[in-house]
Write a new protein. Structure first.
Length: 406
């Protein structure tokens, strides 16, 4: 739908949306204190449903606090408030319900329902954004995003079987007990996830201080075209890996990890070749002439994006093995390095493309380091041939980006 939306909304509209969704994404990490991700680890269905109730209770509280803060900001008539800020509490609660339902379905291995919810969310978002764009509603991108999540929640919550929803009397595990049992999720996973989300959304928030809304809008479109689908694929694969690794022996989990790594590496190379060949002309043809520069931005970001595709699905092993503390340290390093790169680029007044290149290379290096840690946890030893193949892929991508831009 970006083919249509790029002709209905300006680069500035996309810039406003990217700021809103960056703030909303950060809130989505804390909204359930990450207890929703513990649902998959539940020992039985009663414990899983107790975690659903605990996550939902925390989410309602966070949404109410968000509504109070937003109302206070409007009441004080603060200047420079992000466009569409009033929709933030609604989105916060909706995305919490969506995440809780997703993880409960993953626990039940109800993958068809997950697929239906994702497709419904995408369709509702695309159609509503198109309608709002036709009537020139400037915050249509934001409202469409909210409506899409609400629609996905509706699909998740519809037609549950009795066996999938235990009655309250059968939920014998108290909320306090499950909260204590899975305390590592808010204790380490929350902070780690918050840092990771901050570092992922950091470019939007920090670049907005140094560069124009047009740059931010073009960058946002590049992210929409590439990063969001890549992370959706990664999340889908990662959810399956998380579920299986939580119950399988390490040997079987290691074999599954190798299979996923091989698949994602091949898919990533295909994506890179398309970007390398098409570059600006492909994006101008598909999205329209104002979005031509997205081709260069996407190519610059490709080393980082492809490393995300390959490694992020396997990062669930930190939660399987209760190594949230290790993941937290890695995310701290990722957050600090990205912040230094962006602030340094802005301070020295680098061109926007140069800032993106440094950001992309730093992201690639950090994901390689995280990959080595994951391989160690899985006791996954690659043969010399496999190591050379992966190393060659990395070199080809980086050299390809530099030569193509040159």
């Amino acid at each position: 739908m970006s083919v249509v939306l790029s002709r209905l909304y300006s680069t500035e509209n996309y810039g406003d949306f990217s700021v809103f969704i960056s703030v909303a994404t950060i809130l989505s990490v804390v909204v359930s204190a990450r207890y929703d991700y513990a649902i998959v680890r539940s020992k039985n269905q009663e414990e899983a449903f107790s975690l659903v109730l605990l996550s939902g209770t925390i989410a309602v509280g966070v949404a109410l606090v968000t509504a109070f803060v937003v109302g206070l900001c409007y009441g004080l008539r603060l200047k420079g408030l992000p466009v569409g800020l009033g929709w933030l509490p609604v989105y916060t609660l909706a995305i919490a319900i969506f995440q809780i339902a997703w993880n409960y379905c993953n626990y039940l291995e109800s993958y068809k329902r997950i697929t239906a919810a994702l497709v419904s969310r995408s369709l509702a978002q695309a159609l509503s954004r198109t309608l709002f764009g036709v009537i020139k509603y400037e915050v249509g991108l934001i409202v469409g995003c909210v409506l899409g999540v609400v629609c996905g929640c509706g699909v998740f919550l519809s037609r549950w079987k009795r066996t999938q929803l235990p009655s309250m009397s059968n939920v014998h595990v108290s909320l306090k007990q499950v909260g204590k049992t899975y305390i590592n999720f808010p204790k380490y996973f929350l902070f780690s996830g918050l840092l990771n989300t901050f570092s992922t959304n950091l470019p939007i928030l920090l670049f907005s201080f140094f560069y124009s809304k047009d740059n931010i809008g073009l960058f946002s479109m590049s992210i929409s075209i590439l990063y969001l689908p890549i992370t959706m694929i990664g999340n889908a694969i990662g959810q399956v890996f998380y579920k299986k690794a939580a119950v399988w022996e390490l040997d079987k989990s290691r074999q599954l990890a190798k299979h996923f790594l091989r698949f994602c590496a091949l898919l990533g190379l295909v994506i890179f070749v398309v970007l390398w060949v098409g570059k600006d002309g492909l994006f101008a043809l598909v999205l329209g002439e104002p979005w031509r520069t997205c081709g260069s931005y996407s190519l610059i970001l490709s080393p980082w994006l492809l490393s995300v595709l390959c490694i992020s699905p396997l990062s669930w092993i930190f939660d399987v093995l209760d190594k949230q503390k290790t993941e937290m340290y890695l995310n701290i390093a990722m957050f600090l390095s990205r912040a230094v790169v962006i602030l340094g680029s802005g301070f020295f007044d680098f061109a926007f493309e140069t800032s993106l290149f440094f950001y992309s290379i730093v992201g690639l290096l950090l994901w390689i380091i995280e990959g080595k840690v994951i391989f160690g946890l899985l006791d996954m030893r690659l043969s010399l041939r496999q190591q050379l193949a992966l190393g060659l892929c990395v070199v080809v991508v980086i050299v390809g980006v530099v030569c193509r831009l040159w």
